[in-house]
Design a protein around this ligand. Structure first.
Ligand code: NAD
Length: 307
């Protein structure tokens, strides 16, 4: 049976994800509130609806890929009575939200969908725009076993790894926890290189030791924040992303929300949030997040000037 998929949010991530579904033979109709995004998708050959209602009217799966939790909840529930996606979709539609949003918002979105007689999953991704284009994303999924099984063929068309993390919101929980580990380890690897510099230790010597010792981690061996030891790391191309500082700052804000909600003593995670916020407010918004080494080296929260 052909499953009609409405794909809403045709931005940097959503456009290539929707295209991969269409190329694999799924019946996909796209929609974005931005006329430019709609025109871009239509030029690429994707059927595009003129309104969100038109997109979801005959869908059995609705995928959303927006920026924020507010956008997801407003789109689901509508801002005026009856104008939301939940009211417009056929009963029992599977809503899959791939946006990175807070655990709390994801649970609220699940609740709204279920109250309206639908099914829901939170399915944030890692792998960035390159992963979206090459269909190599990793999906972290929260929701029921049955709904994950129903979504699996679509998710594995857009990515190469699907992990069912547990019930509603736990896909987002896995995403914020992983990115908190990543942020803190990237910061401390950068601090270690700057400390080594001041002590007269070469980048290569520190790398050769730490990458074969207990300091080994992805932030060092793949995303090495100094040029040289790992030729493919963003440090070798002036910190072009990669994963942009602004996105890391956003994800750490979501981690901080979860920390506040649970009362966990996560001081390192909160400090990482503060440092990445300063980095993204300054020169780092569009740089790879490993570029935070420049801020650490300068000893200032605004190494390259604003903008
Ligand atoms: P983007 O801003 O490029 O795309 C979001 C799109 O959603 C925009 O085109 C916007 O017009 C559209 N939109 C917003 N509200 C809408 C609505 N109600 N109906 C239809 N369309 C609507 O953002 P992006 O870079 O594609 O990121 C999307 C999500 O994926 C974010 O939550 C981000 O944190 C996450 N993410 C991004 C990356 C990345 O590298 N860009 C990596 C992993 C996760």
């Amino acid at each position: 049976m052909t499953v009609r998929v409405a794909f809403l949010g045709l931005g940097h991530m959503g456009a290539p994800m929707a295209r991969n579904l269409a190329v694999a033979g799924h019946d996909v109709i796209g929609f974005d509130v931005s006329p430019t995004a709609r025109a871009g998708a239509a030029e690429g050959g994707m059927p595009v609806a003129e309104t969100a209602h038109e997109a979801v009217a005959a869908a059995s799966v609705v995928v959303t890929m927006f920026q924020t939790g507010r956008q997801v909840i407003d789109a689901y529930a509508g801002t005026d009575d009856g104008d939301g996606l939940l009211a417009a979709a056929p009963a029992g539609t599977l809503f899959i939200d791939c946006s990175t949003i807070s655990v709390e918002d994801a649970r609220a979105a699940h609740g709204l969908a279920e109250a309206a007689g639908h099914r829901a999953l939170d399915a944030p991704v890692s792998g960035g725009v390159v992963g979206a284009e090459n269909a190599t994303l990793a999906f972290m999924v929260g929701g029921s076993e049955e709904d994950v099984a129903a979504a699996e063929p679509l998710l594995s068309t857009m990515g190469r790894r699907v992990v069912h993390c547990g019930g509603p919101g736990l896909g987002q929980a896995a995403k914020v926890c992983n990115n908190m580990i990543l942020a803190a380890s990237q910061i401390v690897v950068a601090e270690a290189f700057v400390l080594g510099e001041r002590l007269g230790l070469s980048h290569q010597a520190l790398f050769d030791v730490a990458s074969n010792a207990s300091g080994q981690c992805w932030a060092l061996t793949t995303n090495c924040p100094v040029p040289g030891p790992v030729p493919t790391s963003p440090a070798n191309r002036d910190y072009q992303p990669g994963f942009a500082g602004a996105l890391m700052a956003k994800d750490l804000g979501l981690a901080a929300d979860a920390i506040a909600q649970t009362g966990v003593d996560a001081r390192v995670g909160l400090l990482a949030r503060d440092l990445y916020r300063a980095f993204a407010d300054g020169a780092g918004a569009g740089q790879d997040f490993s570029g935070i080494i420049t801020m650490i080296r300068s000893g200032s929260d605004d190494p390259g000037g604003r903008g």
